[in-house]
Design a protein around this ligand. Structure first.
Ligand code: ADP
Ligand code: MG
Length: 319
């Protein structure tokens, strides 16, 4: 099987067709139309074997996750997903693997109306690079530089579950079967907060998705906005699975520093306190107010009693 028949068989038609795509897979470039009045939001992420996943990883989960992390970036900008391009490096052509990979990818793509419009296929150590394209009305993107003193800091869902799954997998941390199942699902099948992000876009000053740990990612907002933050650890949203598995201070540390949560962290002015809760609860999305943006730069993490809490680990860094 050559690379052209591989592309034709697995990727040319694996997602739904969109009206704004003039020309998709098969020519030198794909051609698409951006709606007038919108900016184009573009993000790219790479998953590499041995770094982000192992060679034995479930190919369906890999196809899902490669797209999910890009959708999460679009969500963090308040952008509506539209198109994807995929650069795939494969050690060999394994049909069974490709069938599952494209199934994981197409299922998620269809559920968000995303069309795969092009890509590149090469031979080498397994790596998946996904580029996502979405739309955001001009000037309305949720940037990292928009946070203002007095904003509430909100987090969707729960934090630290993927970090717990990773520790179980890499360090052999013993977990009950039920807990392992819950947290591995969070790690392998992340659900990007796309609808939630679009609903909160009118009310938020700044947003980021939590991929490298809350402390690191909120840190990007603080730096970008030239502000600081006070966060109360007791307010961090923790799942029952996490609470039941480790000591509370370890759970807080995981929630603050472990990656792969793909939840949203948003800063919202005080006047929209109720709106933010209302729009998220309408989507059945848990939301926690964890702290406040302050003028004084720095990330201050405190216990309810005022003592500072300093987690041991740091967010994941490649270099
Ligand atoms: P070129 O030599 O012009 O770069 P390629 O052989 O790389 O062309 O790709 C042929 C066509 O197939 C292009 O339209 C490209 O976008 C598409 N394509 C290649 N690999 C993939 C992939 N993994 N998924 C989707 N489309 C792909
Ligand atoms: Mg090419």
């Amino acid at each position: 099987m050559n690379e052209f028949s591989l592309i034709e068989e697995f990727f040319a038609d694996c997602t739904q067709k969109r009206e704004d795509v003039v020309l998709a897979v098969g020519d030198d470039c794909a051609l698409m139309t951006v709606p007038s009045g919108c900016e184009l939001a573009v993000s790219m992420d790479t998953l590499v074997v041995g770094v982000h996943f192992t060679a034995e990883a479930d190919p369906a989960a890999l196809g899902h996750k490669a797209l999910a992390v890009g959708l999460s970036d679009l969500a963090a900008m308040g952008a509506e997903p539209a198109w994807a391009t995929l650069a795939l490096t494969l050690p060999e052509v394994d049909r069974a693997w490709l069938v599952e990979f494209t199934q994981g990818l197409s299922r998620l793509a269809r559920s968000y109306g995303v069309q795969l419009v092009g890509g590149d296929t090469t031979r080498g150590p397994l790596a998946v690079t996904m580029q996502l394209h979405g739309f955001v009305p001009r000037g309305k993107a949720l940037r990292r530089d928009g946070a203002r003193p007095g904003d509430g800091i909100y987090v969707t869902g729960t934090l630290g579950d993927s970090g717990l799954a990773l520790r179980a997998r890499l360090e052999g941390l013993p977990l009950s079967q039920e807990t392992l199942c819950c947290v591995e699902h969070r790690l392998d099948w992340p659900q990007p907060r796309v609808r939630e992000a679009l609903a909160i876009r009118p009310f938020a000053h700044a947003a980021i998705d939590i991929s490298d740990g809350l402390a690191a990612d909120l840190g990007h907002i603080l730096k970008g906005s030239g502000v600081g933050a006070a966060v109360e650890v007791e307010a961090l949203p923790l799942s029952e699975s996490l609470r039941a598995s480790v000591e509370l201070d370890q759970a807080w540390a995981l929630a603050l520093t472990a990656g792969d949560d793909y939840e949203l962290c948003v800063t919202v002015p005080a006047k929209y306190r109720d709106r933010i809760r209302a729009v998220l609860s309408a989507l059945d999305c848990p939301c926690a107010l964890i702290g406040t943006i302050e003028e004084e730069p720095g990330f201050r993490c405190r216990r309810q009693n005022g003592a500072s809490f300093i987690p041991q680990q740091q967010g994941y860094r490649h270099f």
